[in-house]
Design a protein around this ligand. Sequence first.
Ligand code: PNS
Length: 199
Amino acid sequence: MVSRYHTPVLTWIHSAANAELEFSYLPFINYHLPSHFMRRAIYPGSFDPVTNGHLDIIQRGCKLFDEIIVAVLVNPEKTAFFTIEERCDILSEVLKTIDRGDCHVIVEGFEGLMVQYAAEREANAIVRGIRAISDYEYELQMALMNRRLQPSLETVFMMPAEEYSYVSSRLVKEVFQLGARVDGLVPALVEQRMREKIK
Ligand code: PNS
């Protein structure tokens, strides 16, 4: 038997303006976003701390979306350096310094299920950065789980500039705590707040 996931599906897609038969390969309802709708994305992460790689992704996302909500969430697998409030505060400050074009960028903290938060905020997409193939497995698992939980929400993977392809919050914290400088990897404000935190 041919799997329905490999069978082209004829889907009636109704729109207010015209109802016409369209062909779709998707095995589920197609959630079209009218072109006049605001495209709002969630960029979720721990941001503990925000790195130059994260800021690079936000700037790239600004080319695609009208609004990006940078959502500081809890990753239960990670031990926190900054509190969620501190991370939000730092992010809000450093975001003032980047070119956002016409994109509206806001920062919010949330504890709970990311897709639930995205639904509350009526977001159309999740943005995640992928640096190397090693990120892909984890990101794919999350994207597919999120899709299962909320099929109308698409995950968009974006690649940061090559110079940030090895930069992670985890490594920044590790080398910083062992006494190394982290300038060039994080905004100056982040390094300053990290110094204040360990005083
Ligand atoms: O920056 P990170 O730590 O890689 O981000 C992971 C994060 C925070 C996006 C992920 O852990 C998350 O979505 N946490 C919220 C709880 C949730 O929805 N978990 C299910 C993910 S499939």
